[in-house]
Ligand binder design. Structure first.
Ligand code: BGC
Length: 374
């Protein structure tokens, strides 16, 4: 699978060049206006290969981190750039809204739906109805679980994200206090997001052996996914839990490190340290949000993960186009990932770990992040 992924990466590099060209005019942050309406009933466009390519329906979750904000703009741009028609909807109101939006996309004539699920286990009815009507389904970023009505998955490798976070936490702790031992607290993402357990398992595959060896102490003892989870990926929930951990287990001291699953939660966890009058810990993140890159550079956050949303969106739209043209797709992990019901052929992208040391290099082609590293 690794080799296949490497082969895929070459293709992805070529794709990135294309996307960068497509995106060169625009900034990346900010809400680029509200989602267009749900009318997807206009005619199909003609694909480069001559075949008819129908509409693409994109259904995304709440904007719980900057990558989802960026995704809206990038989907609209990529759909236009590839000469397609499509609709991008956000389910800001929750699972029921996402179910309703999927119904709308399906009845509106979408030929492929791309789904970034709030809760990938709650959309089975809508996905089945899509399949019954011959609509292809692509899971975007988050796996759609416990359904066989999903054709492909496109995402940055979530277990790898966690592994990289675990490794960088160790690296940061070693730099701060050579040889250890270290006190650490563990945070995970929202339990309804299939990625969260993958991030957690990846990170704990690195940290558990250090805990067993006595090199890391989790003073609260809260080491399970359930204990570490942050409902709804909500910053306030993580901050509240950190407040409780600091007052309960660290009066007169402080944890040396915190495993944070993403940048947004890292921001709230750091706020908790500030409110308690404690010095910030070695802390991880994910997404390379603008504020997080600033924190990398000023030393208040140790690491982040770069998962270029332009690349992910571009892959998804390209897949949605090709599946209609060819009826099948070449992906770099054809065997795929188990979603609980079937193996889903996957286009896996490589996440990149970033610290202050490699930030300028990693973000050098990113028009918004590059200037922040100067
Ligand atoms: C995404 C992360 C993001 C998180 C919260 C996850 O599914 O993969 O990039 O930080 O959701 O929005």
């Amino acid at each position: 699978m690794k080799n296949l992924r490497k082969t895929g990466l070459l293709a992805l590099l070529a794709t990135l060049v294309m996307v960068l060209a497509a995106c060169s005019g625009g900034g990346r942050s900010g809400d680029s206006g509200s989602s267009s309406g749900a009318d997807v009933s206009e005619g199909a466009s003609t694909a480069a290969g001559g075949g008819e390519v129908g509409k693409i329906g994109v259904s995304l979750p709440q904007k719980t981190s900057e990558n989802w904000v960026r995704a809206e703009q990038y989907f609209n741009e990529a759909i236009k750039e590839m000469g397609l028609e499509g609709t991008v909807l956000f389910a800001n109101g929750g699972v029921t809204e996402q179910q309703n939006q999927l119904d709308t996309l399906i009845s509106g004539g979408a030929k492929v739906i791309v789904v970034g699920a709030i809760d990938g286990s709650q959309l089975g009815g809508q996905l089945k109805s899509a399949h019954d009507q011959g609509i292809k389904v692509i899971a975007y970023d988050r796996m759609l679980t416990n359904t066989d009505a999903v054709d492909y998955y496109v995402a940055f490798d979530a277990f790898k994200v966690g592994e990289l976070q675990g490794k960088s936490l160790l690296e940061g702790l070693e730099a701060k206090k050579p040889g250890g031992p270290w006190t650490v607290e563990i945070f995970a993402g929202s339990p309804d997001d299939a990625n969260s357990l993958q991030f957690f398992n990846g990170a704990m595959s690195v940290l558990d052996p250090e805990i067993e060896a006595g090199k890391i102490e989790v003073k609260s003892g809260q080491r399970t996914f359930e204990q570490a989870a942050t409902q709804g990926w909500k910053g306030e929930n993580a901050q509240k839990r950190m407040d409780t951990l600091l007052s309960g287990f660290y009066s007169g001291s402080q944890p040396d490190g915190v495993l944070s699953p993403n940048d947004n939660l890292a921001q709230y966890i750091l706020q908790s340290f500030t409110s308690a009058g404690k010095t910030g810990p070695v802390i991880t993140g994910q997404d390379s949000e603008e504020n997080a890159v600033k924190r990398l550079m000023d030393g208040s956050q140790y690491s982040s993960i770069y998962k270029d949303t332009r690349l992910l969106v571009n892959e998804a739209v390209k897949m949605a186009k090709e599946i209609q043209e060819k009826g099948t797709l070449d992906v770099n992990d054809p065997e795929g990932i188990d979603n609980g019901t079937k193996m889903v052929p996957t286009q896996a992208l490589e996440p990149i770990i970033t610290t202050k040391d490699n930030a300028a290099e990693v973000y050098k082609d990113d028009p918004v992040l590059a200037p922040l590293t100067q």
